[in-house]
Design a protein around this ligand. Structure first.
Ligand code: B16
Ligand code: MG
Length: 214
């Protein structure tokens, strides 16, 4: 018996490496605006929604852009991102992702997806795993981006499971903060020095074991 009733997964950087495509698209935009942008800065953008990411990238120069100009920049980034992910398929699932979903299902737990990406449904379809989730939160319905707990609380609510009975799985600092603010146990995917607030950190879902939490 698992101590959880549901596992709620992030998408980008956990199930598939779209984080890299977000990075490439933002990098081109930043260069065109004459703003410095590197992988270390990109770490701060993981789990942050599109307009929030743009504000962080523009930094102090954001005041020189009108709301319409910002929307145009965000749209351009998204079009570039969608070109980059257009050829995604099941080959782009990260190692251990399907096995982890299978293990959670076999244990009788509910499975949720908590991605702030408005492209999440399209990415799940391309990966061929949409039907493996009991609930996929629609990012367009959210008022708050991670690190606010809204997205993980919404997923738990849709699944009919209390937050304390949920395990949240995240690769982003903002995402782990969102899980902890929701009152859930946080499994970090990546570097324990970066994901300090997580209850446990593993390098990838190929190291995922539900038994670790008995
Ligand atoms: P979009 P997650 C997040 O997804 C990404 O980590 C973040 O880098 C991105 O800006 C955000 O989605 C919005 O994505 O522009 O496609 O709506 O990590 O919550 O799955
Ligand atoms: Mg992520």
């Amino acid at each position: 018996m698992s101590r959880f009733k549901a596992v709620i997964f992030d998408l980008d950087g956990v199930i598939t490496d779209t984080a890299h495509y977000h990075f490439l698209a933002w990098k081109r935009l930043a260069a065109a605006q004459g703003v410095d942008f590197d992988l270390a800065f990109n770490e701060q953008l993981k789990g942050v929604d599109r307009m929030g990411s743009l504000e962080l990238i523009l930094g102090a120069t954001a005041q020189h852009y009108s709301p319409q100009q910002k929307l145009a920049l965000a749209d351009a980034k998204n079009r570039h991102y969608q070109q980059l992910i257009a050829t995604m398929s099941a080959c782009d699932l990260l190692p251990g992702a399907v096995a982890a979903l299978d293990a959670v299902r076999a244990a009788g737990l509910k499975i949720g997806l908590a991605s702030v990406s408005k492209n999440a449904f399209a990415v799940l379809e391309m990966l061929g795993i949409r039907d493996r989730f009991d609930d996929v939160v629609d990012a367009a319905t959210l008022a708050n981006s991670k690190p606010h707990p809204e997205i993980f609380l919404t997923a738990a609510h849709h699944l009919g499971v209390a937050p304390q009975d949920c395990l949240g799985v995240e690769d982003a600092v903002a995402g782990v903060a969102s899980i902890k603010a929701a009152g859930m146990v946080a499994l970090g995917i990546g570097d324990p020095h970066i994901l300090r607030a997580a209850d446990r950190v593993i390098p990838g879902l190929d190291h995922f074991r539900l038994d670790d939490y008995r």
